[in-house]
Design a protein around this ligand. Structure first.
Ligand SMILES: Nc1ncnc2c1ncn2[C@@H]1O[C@H](COP(=O)(O)OP(=O)(O)O)[C@@H](O)[C@H]1O
Ligand SMILES: [Mg+2]
Length: 343
């Protein structure tokens, strides 16, 4: 740890301002501001001076906080601007123009990783295995190309956090395909991406770094008690409903039954994906491991969930990186990142 006390401007969604303190023993697992609370309170306890800036749709707030308080760095916990998720990259671009160092991914990496079609094209160029796919935009005919065979996975082209992902996202007929694509257009309001469904285990790998990358141990999402016939995928209930997780035995932890060599191969693959998408700071790569042992990259998540004890932090902990160390590393990477020197 640097030992330097820094002024850290925590940029948070206006509805996710964490309370200054919570009573000891309070369970905050289900609080929407949990990540914000964990980051802000931990940085404070580490001796940094932290100011929380709620952000909605006014860039002026960020600029003023920058000039008035002169933070060393902005800790970027925003996942959009004005509730438009794809504007996350624009906020980061703005920070770059203000010459205010920031944590997490650069604007270009956010853009490349966000688009599940563009990112797969880049990964495929680098010979990283990704599912075959097709994009369907609203108002255009929904015709399945022959190279895509059932079952297929239908999801939003740009949404995150398993929004709109349920058992019905996996379709096995043209009729169901049309229905689900229409659902994405109408209910989520974005273009749809249809991918080859990859049957297999669900893996996650956290990474930290700009040029030099460190991969965390391979993490696995376990489905120990799913009803017969249900697909083992991270639907929004699997990800977010504690009740559902209990009922169906959903849990995550270090990948089991995996040789050291296999795990290292997957970590190496994830570093290549991180570089191919020009990410920086920290990220989590989502993969599927099929029966034959092939790892397929589903997507890259720049600025992933970093609440204490959740997958990213827990996998770091496994190799001796405490939560405090992870946050400090994220800050140091942000301080060292030079947006102007990126090609
Ligand atoms: N092509 C696919 N094959 C199998 N499962 C998939 C596929 N695409 C997505 N999934 C499942 O859906 C989950 C969410 O999809 P993902 O692309 O990671 O979207 P999000 O950005 O919402 O996390 C994945 O973690 C995985 O369980
Ligand atoms: Mg995902």
């Amino acid at each position: 740890m640097s030992g330097n006390k820094l002024r850290v401007l925590a940029l948070v969604h206006r509805h996710l301002v964490p309370p200054g303190a919570v009573e000891e023993g309070t369970d905050i697992t289900n609080e929407p501001w949990r990540t914000e609370y964990d980051v802000v309170s931990t940085l404070g306890a580490m001796g940094h001076e932290v100011q929380v800036l709620p952000v909605h749709d006014d860039l002026g707030d960020i600029r003023r906080a920058g000039t008035d308080w002169k933070p060393h760095i902005a800790f970027n916990l925003l996942e959009g601007f004005d509730d438009i998720v794809i504007f996350d990259q624009n906020v980061v671009s703005h920070l770059e123009l203000l010459k205010l160092p920031y944590t997490g991914c650069n604007a270009r990496g956010l853009l490349l990783a966000r688009d599940k079609s563009l990112s797969k094209k880049l990964l495929a160029y680098h010979r990283i295995r990704v599912p075959e796919f097709e994009v369907f935009r609203a108002g255009r005919a929904i015709r399945r190309p022959k190279r895509l065979t059932f079952p297929l996975m239908v999801k939003s082209l740009t949404e995150e956090a398993s929004i709109g992902i349920s058992q019905a996202s996996v379709v096995d007929s043209d009729e169901k395909l049309k229905e689900r694509v229409a659902f994405v257009h109408e209910s989520i309001g974005t273009a749809a991406i249809v991918e080859q469904y990859i049957e297999g285990r669900e893996l996650y790998v956290g990474l930290l770094g700009n040029q030099m990358l460190q991969a965390m141990p391979v993490w696995e999402l376990f489905f120990t008690n799913m009803p017969d016939g249900a697909k083992r995928i991270a639907t929004d209930r699997v990800k977010w409903s504690v009740k559902y997780q209990k009922k169906y035995g959903i849990d995550s932890g270090p990948a089991i039954e995996m040789t050291e060599a296999k795990a290292e191969g997957i970590q190496h693959l994830c570093k290549r994906a991180y570089r191919a998408l020009e990410l920086s700071g920290y990220a989590r790569i989502d993969l599927r491991l099929d029966e034959a042992g092939n790892a397929w990259v589903l997507e890259a998540n720049p600025n992933p969930q970093i609440a204490r004890g959740e997958d990213f932090a827990a996998s770091a902990e496994k190799i001796g990186l405490s939560y405090e160390t992870v946050l400090q590393r994220i800050i140091n990477l942000g301080l060292r990142w030079q947006p102007e020197s990126v090609a």
